[in-house]
Design a protein around this ligand. Sequence first.
Ligand code: GDP
Ligand code: MG
Length: 737
Amino acid sequence: MNGHFSAVGADATAQEYEHGIQVIDEEKEFNANVNAYLQETSVAQAGFNYHLISVFGSQSTGKSTLLNHLFGTEFNVMSEAERRQTTKGIWMSKNKNATAGSVDLAENILVMDVEGTDGRERGEDQDFERKSALFALATSEVLIVNIWEHQVGLYQGANMGLLKTVFEVNLQLFLKDKESTPRSLLFFVIRDHIGNTPLANLRNTLIQDLTKIWQSISKPPGLENSKIEDYFDFAFAALPHKILQPDKFVTEVQNLGTRFVAGHRSTKDQEFVGGVFLPEYHRRIPADGFSVYAEGIWDKIVHNKDLDLPTQQELLAQFRCDEISREVLLAFDTVIAPLEENQADATRSGKPFVLPVLGATGSEARTKCLAAFGTQASRYHKGVYTTKRAELESKIDTRLKVLYQGQLSAAHKAGVTAFSDAVSGAVKAGQKSGGAYDFAEIVEKQKRKTLDIFKQEAQSLLIEGVAWTNFKPQYLLFEKELDEVSARLRKEEMRRLATRVERWVRSRLGDAVGLEFNKLGSGRAGAGAPELGEKPASEKDLWDRIWNVFVAIVKEAQERFTERAKSFEASEDEVEIGLWRLRRKSWIALREKIEEEVMEGNILLKLRENFEDKFRYDEAGVPRIWRPSDDIEGIYTRARESTLGLIPLLSRFRLAETIAPPDLPAWVGPQPHGVELEDEEDLPPIGGVDEEEGKSLEEEMTVLSESKRQDLVIRFKKTADGVYVEAKRSALGGITQ
Ligand code: GDP
Ligand code: MG
């Protein structure tokens, strides 16, 4: 096909690549579309399952014609009429023939048609020949050397010059890489074979010439004794004249084609078995990296820089591994980025959110990403691949780590809230149903439940063999916080218990103290009638009885408190503090109750009742009917003085025996460790107990102030006077009647 192509319509790419692709143009520029071509022809995905063949030889020796026949390619061929060079630079095409006769060709054969050189078009410029030979050797498994039969044995011919170049650049190229020096196959195709000289003879002649050439080239130190067979294998084929024997030509080309299949070396005699594609010829450049590799190689060649294939392969590996890494990270990102956003939103809103099935999602995305990277990138240089894989893993893990730690912090916060809510809820429910609940049991049960949920979340994040996904420390931290919350809740529970016990004390005191004060209303309470001027026993030891009943009530309350607090595992210290508080609050409650009793109206009423009882009833308790002859004034005075005598008694809290206040400081006891009175807002200072408050025990025990006392005396006297006048009047009235 000679026609020029035009890229029009949807089929543009297919059309564009009809003749393959010009890898290197006449300006020695590398084509940027090589990878696009490999993608288009589906070679790029083939990994190592592709082959590269280059063809060399003088111009117009039918190279392009041969390739087109062998592989169905459509390289331009010189028209019979013009005889001008057609192939410029280096072209590449994928084979279009899938078979040669009944034989299936190897898959993905890439053929490079190299511009022929014999100086006719490019003058004596050997530069391109050298460069293209280098390029072909660095990439190709098989080098086809195309040669006329009549050129065989012409040791000085153009072909021999080319071969010399090939050998020289081969040494240059693979010198640095002695260990892994790849072998190449030189496949001589002898054209226009007339048939007089058998192929075997031609082959011998060629081998002799090649050996001579090899000996003639200067070899680098250390390689002086190297043999041509150390680097090359040889294969030979002869083809009849295409124009004179067209049918035979076609058949022979087909025979030749059957050799382009996979082969191996027989272990017995090292002879080829199968086709020409031996694994050891393959340059091991993954197909998806070929264009980058080839471009790098060509760049070095063009700029006459040292071409060092191992370095090139490492550079390629770095480039491709980075590229593949970016690709697989995109897929990872589509899964992980939305989760990261959700988490960030939740954190910003202050409502930590536990992402559902994060562990499974994260680990799957991680595995997929690394597996995808492995599939593609592991074909490249092992060392580079290992490093890049570690880099990728660290990138992935950095993202997952943030996500996972956020997840556990959310689980932590949610767990603490759930725990404290559940405990409070259960306590409330317990209180509602009569107060019979076991606080310690509630805490234990909820703690186990909450820990379990956290543990499950933490375990779901575990990735086998990945150390950082072990979240034991976070678990322990969570457990510790639950214990702290438990302690706080227990403290609250203690407060609730204290409030309940205090309320009980208050109520008991209300009854008991009220009763004692009520007794005052009866002037003849206690054993026997009081002698004049002597207070009845019940009045004299009023405070003893109040103190005793108070101490008894508080004792019982303390026992209740202790028992209950122990049931939910409060510490000794906590119990001690609770009891101390209880005693103080009980005393305050008692003071308040007493104050209520001695409030003006209340106490005046009690005194009046006390007085009336003494005045209106005789010693036997019989109401007096006043007669004018009665000593109303005397009885009145005695009764009044007796009742008035109560007022000093009432004014101070004194025990009868010692005539001193009870030892309140000893009873309250010392302030326990770790308690600051200033911090306890519900504990007002107590005189004599809290010395520094400036109020003495004497003051604390003062029930009625001096002025109140005087006031009370005056009021009471008035009341008593009223009763007296009434009695006097009734006595007189009785006479007139
Ligand atoms: P290239 O420059 O080596 O690629 O040669 P071409 O394939 O372009 O062919 C150059 C000329 O040789 C064309 O005119 C072909 O028709 C002719 N040609 C192709 N194959 C043969 C052959 O086997 N024998 C002869 N004598 N001519 C051939
Ligand atoms: Mg050509």
